[in-house]
Design a protein around this ligand. Structure first.
Ligand SMILES: Cc1cc2nc3c(=O)[nH]c(=O)nc-3n(C[C@H](O)[C@H](O)[C@H](O)COP(=O)(O)O)c2cc1C
Length: 412
């Protein structure tokens, strides 16, 4: 039994396993935030300020966490967020993570900055694939990526808009890990102290395709890139604006999502440009250290655009209860970033699958314990706000409506 669980009973266990397996510089790239890591901590703290209000004596024996997202039914209300480094956690980690997602019937998002080419992931993993796009200053090169994603059969495009410049991640500079790798006395020691990673990940790349690099980049860029500390983007995208989104809308015939929205007005603008979904995100606390937690602004965004676009949320989700809170605040689905990366680092596809299974079990248990049978039933009436400022619009009204309907059931 322990084997099936990989010895991990929660996401924190998988994180500990990742910490032991992966070189420190690499682990910190995944695990940490930016500057003083206030946003990173607040992403977690925000969940603690929202409590669940359980109902009781509800027959929850037939409960389900199924949702319908962009017309497709899926058994769980989560999807995998784009993370450029899955392929550094495990050899071709993107494929393992995508396969684990496919097995669970949830979408997987491949990042522009992945170590495995999008065509290879599509060929070898299958499942529901989304492609995340960073726009480069040379828009024509970015548009080539979009065409490739279309040809490779990706069903959705996720345009990330919260990185006009890269976050100030000082630890990356200290650790000196770069892509493509350049070795320093410090990071060689770090790698030598993690032999499972050195042989199992780096060694396998060196024996097959060579030093890991950004395989989605067109050759014009791939061959020109000089090594940079991880997370320091090679190419500024500070000229990105709403016109770019309109152009992408015209180019991309399938689902289009805008990731990195934290203001209801921007959600409205994204919907006006024809986006099918907004992803409320602060990039897992990795870019702007003074940004609010996405769940703090989620109710306002849902209020602004929830009737005409899908609203997805991410940043800081580590427990099933977090996912239930995100859905009760009005999100249609939740993206998972670090949690499945820890799983990938701990055990490749099996580790990623374990992370997903942990969410499945935890969401199911929480839904049972709050007396909720389906995601459609989840709403703010299941929430208690420690800080009244978070209360979604209409919170009081909805609670009363539920009370009335319960009374009707009790009386009827
Ligand atoms: C190591 C790492 C790499 C990431 N790379 C990208 C990326 O390439 N593109 C992107 O849009 N978001 C990227 N993100 C942000 C995630 O998509 C997501 O917004 C974030 O991880 C959610 O927070 P969580 O990790 O607390 O779940 C990255 C996050 C991590 C941890």
């Amino acid at each position: 039994m322990a084997d099936q669980n990989l010895g991990a009973y929660n996401i924190a266990d998988l994180r500990e396993m990742a910490l032991r397996r992966v070189p420190k510089g690499m682990f910190e790239f995944v695990d940490r935030g930016t500057e003083d890591e206030v946003a990173l901590r607040n992403n977690r703290a925000a969940f603690e300020r929202i409590k669940l209000r359980p109902r009781t004596l509800v027959d929850v024996s037939g409960r389900s966490q199924e949702i319908t997202l962009f017309g497709n039914k899926q058994e769980m209300p989560i999807a995998i967020a784009p993370t450029g480094t899955a392929g550094l956690m495990w050899y071709e980690g993107e494929i393992g993570l995508a396969r684990a997602a496919a097995e669970a019937g949830i979408p997987f998002t491949l990042a522009t900055g992945s170590m495995t080419a999008m065509e290879k992931v599509a060929d070898e993993a299958g499942g529901r694939l989304w492609f995340q796009l960073y726009l480069w200053p040379d828009r024509a090169l970015s548009h080539k990526l979009v065409e490739r994603a279309k040809a490779a059969g990706y069903e959705a495009l996720v345009v990330t808009v919260d990185g006009a410049v890269s976050g100030n991640r000082e630890y990356n500079l200290r650790n000196g890990f770069t892509v493509p790798f350049t070795f320093t006395a410090r990071n060689i020691t770090d790698v030598l102290m993690h032999p499972r990673w050195m042989f199992g990940v780096l060694g396998r790349y060196l024996a097959t395709t060579g030093m890991p690099r950004y395989e989605n980049y067109p050759s014009e860029l791939k061959n020109k890139i000089t090594a940079r500390p991880m997370g320091r983007s090679m190419l500024k995208s500070d000229s990105l604006n709403w016109d770019d989104l309109r152009v992408l809308r015209k180019m991309w015939p399938h689902t289009l999502m805008v990731k990195g929205i934290l203001h209801p007005q921007d959600a409205i603008l994204a919907a006006d440009c024809g986006a099918d979904a907004v992803i409320v995100s602060n990039h897992g606390g990795r870019n702007l250290d003074s940004s609010m937690a996405p769940v703090e602004v989620l109710p306002e965004v849902v209020d602004a655009v929830g009737k005409r676009t899908t609203v997805i949320v991410d940043s800081g989700f580590r427990r099933g209860s977090d996912v239930v809170k995100g859905l009760a605040l009005g999100a249609n689905a939740v993206l998972i970033g670090r949690a499945t990366l820890y799983g990938t680092a701990a055990g490749g596809q099996a580790g990623a699958a374990r992370a997903i299974a942990i969410f499945r079990e935890e969401i199911d248990r929480v839904m049972a314990l709050i007396g909720c049978r389906s995601v459609a039933e989840l709403g703010p009436e299941y929430l208690q706000f420690i800080d009244p400022a978070f209360r979604p619009a209409g919170y009081g009204k909805r609670s009363l409506k539920l009370l009335d309907s319960n009374r009707a059931v009790a009386e009827g």
